[in-house]
Design a protein around this ligand. Structure first.
Ligand code: IPD
Ligand code: CA
Ligand code: CA
Length: 264
């Protein structure tokens, strides 16, 4: 990836994060989207504008897919996939677990991704084939091969319709195994924390491409594995996401499918 693309990605993510920092725990307008607690704030839109402005000023012809603005399609083989705030509910409640997430695709393949939580000053970055980094330090997934001692994270959709499976039953199966399962409220941060070895695995139903685009590459470049619930090769438009350190992937797949040994 050339330096101009990388610099633009980093400038864009900082432009978005500056907006989050400015409004955090202040006053801003909040509205509901698909359900009462599926929120969008004026900060999502302002951060999105700031991000898109940076990208468009350098690459006006590139394709953009952004959560609130939708698609700005073009014939370009570059596509920026943007979540201006991942963890909007946390942001709206003054909980500092939220981030800006931007992935960059070229010819349908993710080539770079950045996730920045400015409240923890954690910038996760990956470039295809060049590794994943947290604040410039190389990232590696955990080496834990045992489900018995795994620490997991998940998330739940805002609405239960069209999920196609029952997330509560899957959650219950993991909890009944006595495993610690956390729920941070930001899928992008969940993925990055698996990449950083803090969690051994993450699963969620019904995520959108902007939730996953950057984290997907960060997981892969940190040596992890990401798939759908059949274990198939992943694409960010999938509605089932399982990301792990690789070692516990098959065991987690069995628990999710309900075919695993209930005692592990
Ligand atoms: C949400 C977060 C959350 C996940 C939801 C997402 P948003 O994104 O990633 O962790 O459980 O499914 O929609 O709405 O805060 O951008
Ligand atoms: Ca999101
Ligand atoms: Ca969002």
């Amino acid at each position: 990836m050339n330096e101009l693309l990388k610099n633009t990605l980093l400038r864009a993510i900082h432009a978005g994060a500056d907006v989050l920092k400015h409004y955090f725990q202040g006053t801003f307008e909040i509205k509901s989207k698909s359900s009462l607690n599926d929120l969008v704030t004026e900060v999502d839109k302002k951060a999105e504008d700031a991000i898109i402005e940076v990208i468009k000023s350098v690459f006006p012809e590139h394709f953009i897919l952004s959560e609130e603005a939708g698609e700005m399609s073009s014939a370009s083989n570059y596509k920026w996939i943007i979540d201006p705030i991942d963890g909007t509910v946390n942001f709206a409640h003054g909980i500092p677990i939220c981030c800006v997430s931007i992935g960059l695709e070229k010819d349908g393949q993710m080539i770079a991704g950045a996730v920045f939580n400015p409240f923890m000053n954690e910038l996760f970055f990956a470039e295809r084939g060049k590794g994943a980094f947290l604040n410039n330090r190389p990232l590696k997934v955990s080496t834990n091969p045992n489900m018995e001692s795994a620490c997991l994270v998940t998330g739940f959709p805002y609405r239960w319709v069209d999920v196609g499976a029952d997330p509560i039953s899957v959650f219950e199966r993991f909890i009944r195994l006595g495993l610690p399962v956390r729920r941070l409220g930001s899928a992008a941060i969940d993925l990055c924390w698996v990449a950083a070895g803090r969690f051994d695995g993450f699963w969620e139903y019904n995520l959108n491409p902007w939730d996953i685009a950057a984290g997907y590459l960060i997981i892969e470049e940190a040596g992890g594995r990401i798939s759908n619930f059949n274990g198939d090769a992943y694409n960010i438009y999938d509605k089932q996401t399982l990301a792990t350190n690789g070692q516990i992937h098959e065991q987690m797949l069995e628990i999710i499918k309900g075919t695993g040994n209930p005692k592990i």
